[in-house]
Write a protein that binds this ligand. Structure first.
Ligand SMILES: C[S@@+](CC[C@H](N)C(=O)[O-])C[C@H]1O[C@@H](n2cnc3c(N)ncnc32)[C@H](O)[C@@H]1O
Length: 351
């Protein structure tokens, strides 16, 4: 039976096996559909549309093309979540079924609207029937909150677990969703910052979580990264990830309050990705930075002129701390964080 069109990657057949293995290991190969061999090429079905930069980082320097096409499924079961739920939900409920999900290692995380909360397990089971390659299906429960920024999850289907190994841009992260913050939606930002770092830099990540910025940086550059988080579970996961990756830089994990970091004017770069709380730590960031060095400041900002608002806010906070912003290198919308709100970043030079 044919499926609706799926994203795929096409490569010369002699490169096919290496590419198949790399996609499988990254959780991107959709194993529910049959690979197509035609005219000396292999077309491999993907779980989702993947950005070219991400594919390049996984596959290395090879020629390939991407697109969408029909694939034969491996089994005769339902092909889409809506098809699997057709006889289990009303037409009104089907309208509300989520079309997108987060992929974290071998765990799928659904965001089920309030109106369907009584049907969560039915939806999770159906999702797992369609996407057998995920070990676990969870649903987000409530908002991210508290100092450690961890949310609760509802178990829906598959193996009952919250830990996994997640891969982005070839970096491998030990993640436990019930213990420490991790978002698969920040991959481009993690990689963007890592590309700005030079060999020999001293970097302080004041709110490192499970350490995506430090791991990205230390995989690419011979830099030293101090990685601080107040959540001991986040640092334990970072220690696991340090062992999982081939690093050229060094990471110094610290469990503690970023305010207590004792060294002054040591850092060439400070990363403050704690958008709900970083504004309170600007005096500490200014104290840790060498004069004339780079600050990456993150904040949640409403959708009216978010670029101007975050720039003014940072400038005011830095001046109140007795320092000055001498240059703004970039202001960027990282992602939508809520209706009418963005997670924003400013790259600034602080004197
Ligand atoms: C948004 S999350 C981490 C994001 C991480 N940089 C990433 O990209 O995945 C913010 C982190 O700040 C940590 N945190 C909160 N208050 C802190 C403090 N006073 N000192 C150090 N870490 C803190 C939380 O435990 C949490 O892991």
């Amino acid at each position: 039976m044919m499926s609706p069109k799926r994203p795929f990657l096409k490569v010369a057949a002699d490169k096919g096996e290496g590419v198949r293995k790399a996609l499988l290991e990254s959780g991107l190969l959709d194993v529910d559909y049959k690979i197509v061999f035609q005219d000396g090429t292999l077309s491999l079905p993907l779980c989702q549309t993947v950005q070219r930069e991400h594919l390049d980082s996984i596959l290395g320097p090879i020629d390939y093309t991407t697109g969408e096409m029909d694939f034969d499924s491996q089994s005769g079961g339902p092909k889409t979540l809506l098809e699997a739920l057709e006889h289990r939900l009303s037409p009104e409920e089907l309208e509300l079924v989520p079309r997108a999900y987060d992929l974290i290692g071998d765990i799928a995380v659904l965001e089920i609207p309030e109106e369907l909360s009584g049907q969560s397990e039915t939806i999770g089971q159906a999702f797992h029937e369609v996407h057998r390659h995920f070990s676990t299906v969870l649903a987000k429960k409530g908002a991210i909150s508290g100092t450690t920024r961890v949310r609760e999850y509802q178990y829906l289907a598959g193996e009952d677990k919250t830990d996994t190994i997640h891969t982005e841009y070839g970096c491998r992260f030990a993640v436990d969703l019930s213990k420490a913050y991790f978002s698969p939606r920040l991959l481009e930002e993690h990689n963007r910052i890592a590309q700005l770092v030079g060999n020999g830099e001293f970097v302080v990540d004041m709110f490192c979580g499970v350490g995506p910025f430090p791991i990205h940086i230390a995989r690419q550059h011979a830099a030293h990264i101090v990685a601080i988080d107040i959540n001991p579970d986040a640092i334990a996961l970072l220690n696991k990830s340090i062992a999982l990756n081939k690093l050229v830089g060094t990471i110094e994990p610290i469990v503690g309050d970023a305010r207590d970091y004792p060294k002054n004017h040591v850092a060439d770069r400070v990363i403050m990705n704690h958008p709900s709380g970083a504004f309170d730590f600007i005096p500490d960031a200014c104290r840790i930075l060498k004069p004339g060095s780079s600050l990456h400041y993150y904040d949640f900002i409403g959708n009216e002129n978010p670029e101007g608002t975050i720039t003014d806010k940072l400038t005011h906070l830095v001046e109140t701390a007795g320092h000055s912003v001498t240059r703004i290198d970039l202001v960027r919308r990282v992602r939508d964080s809520a209706p009418y709100e963005y997670q924003m970043v400013v790259d600034a030079i602080i004197e």
